[in-house]
Design a protein around this ligand. Structure first.
Ligand code: SF4
Length: 375
């Protein structure tokens, strides 16, 4: 099988944000060993799958920009051989790490897209969740990237953070739109049980905005991005002039991809079933055995539910032909059933099940109903 989407997980951060549940450590002394292990894991996968030119390559984390420059160069040089001129090659950046040296280093590589983790421009909110960097560092970073590079610029923000009022969200979005990034992801805070924030909330040392504040914030985000010419093409993602994130589109379409590094997940599309391979979420275990992997096989109605859940995150949903080709006849009525059950949210447009704007905000409801139906 030929696989042409690759994710590299950098498990290092300089500090921990309180809401974060991603796997990362602060200790940077293992970066060298991690770099060798990533390449070894890639070579192992290359013996199982044909990996020639990549359509997308995404370095995320963690904080890729927290890597020692020498290590980052090693990774960029190694994977450069698998990139073509049209490979979408993204790296996540913490704006606090951006320097002239880092910009030059990135410009000398095949990277053509940067994803800037902003979360909020407001320093009080940032401090409340222990997010490294300041508002002025973010603005400086965006200006540097805009003026010194031709990278596509993606910005990630959040709402529903502690102390984040509706006015602060309004101000965040105003600043964001001034710089007109090519792509915007806007996520509502999810409190993960294992996060420091969950413990702080239990101890009542912080509190979250009220439900109606989040509702108003979401309205502001939707209206402002629409007015600024952004296309909402996925539940939480907007593109300007069709600058979509093809790496994530492959993820939402449940295509095949490989994930390297501790906690990274790979998906092998078996056309009607999926094999999900998860690398151990512990760097010490990973370094002692890069093949410390767990594998899940997803088939039958579970595969149908996942297929619908992921594809319907996108406004352009899925093609009924693709659905019929993948799944057995016992499920062939599902696309029609979905449209009949949720006429306000979904429609059949030229043999595609597509999602109305309002449907994007009711995906959980649709999927719960589908799960109950297939019980
Ligand atoms: S949110 Fe990102 S920068 Fe913050 S701790 Fe998690 S991985 Fe690190």
């Amino acid at each position: 099988m030929n696989i042409n989407h690759l994710y590299i997980h950098v498990p290092f951060c300089k500090s921990k944000c309180s809401y974060c549940a991603f796997y990362s450590i602060i200790d940077s002394s293992l970066q060298n060993k991690w770099c060798s292990a990533i390449i070894n894991q890639f070579n192992y996968f290359s013996t199982l799958y044909e990996i020639t030119k990549l359509k997308t390559l995404y370095i995320g984390g963690g904080s890729p920009s927290a890597l020692d420059p020498e290590i980052l160069i090693s990774i960029l040089c190694y994977f450069n051989d698998f990139c073509a001129s049209d490979t979408e090659f993204t790296i996540e950046l913490n704006p606090a790490d951006l320097s002239d040296e880092l910009v030059h280093l990135l410009k000398d590589s095949s990277i053509n897209r940067v994803s800037i983790g902003i979360e909020s421009f407001n320093d009080t909110v940032r401090n409340a969740v222990k997010r490294r960097g300041t508002s002025s560092e973010i603005l400086k970073a965006i200006k540097m990237l805009k003026h010194q590079t031709s990278f596509a610029i993606a910005c990630d923000l959040m709402y529903g953070l502690p102390l984040q009022t509706k006015d602060i969200v309004q101000d965040d979005i105003k600043k964001l739109i001034e710089y007109h990034p090519d792509h915007i992801s806007y996520y509502e805070l999810t409190v993960e049980d294992t996060s420091a924030l969950a413990r702080e909330l239990n101890h009542k040392t912080v509190s979250l905005p009220a439900y109606d504040v989040n509702e108003s914030s979401w309205e502001i985000i939707l209206t402002s991005l629409f007015d600024a010419g952004y296309e909402r093409y996925e539940v939480s993602n907007w593109a300007y002039q069709k600058n979509y994130c093809y790496h994530n589109i492959n993820y939402w379409e449940m295509g095949s991809w490989l994930g390297l590094g501790p906690s990274a997940v790979s998906n092998i599309d078996g056309f009607g079933s999926y094999t999900r391979i998860t690398t151990v979420s512990n760097i010490y275990a990973y370094l002692s055995n890069i093949l410390d992997l767990s594998t899940d096989y997803i088939a039958g109605k579970t595969a149908v539910i996942e297929y619908c859940m992921m594809h319907l995150r996108k406004k352009n949903g899925f093609s009924t032909r693709d659905f019929y080709q993948r799944f057995s006849t016992q499920f062939h009525h599902i696309p029609e059933w979905l449209c009949n059950q949720f006429p306000l949210y979904l429609m059949n447009e030229n043999n595609r099940i597509t999602v109305h704007d309002t449907g994007l905000d009711h995906l959980n409801y649709i999927i719960v109903k589908l799960m109950n139906y297939l019980e």
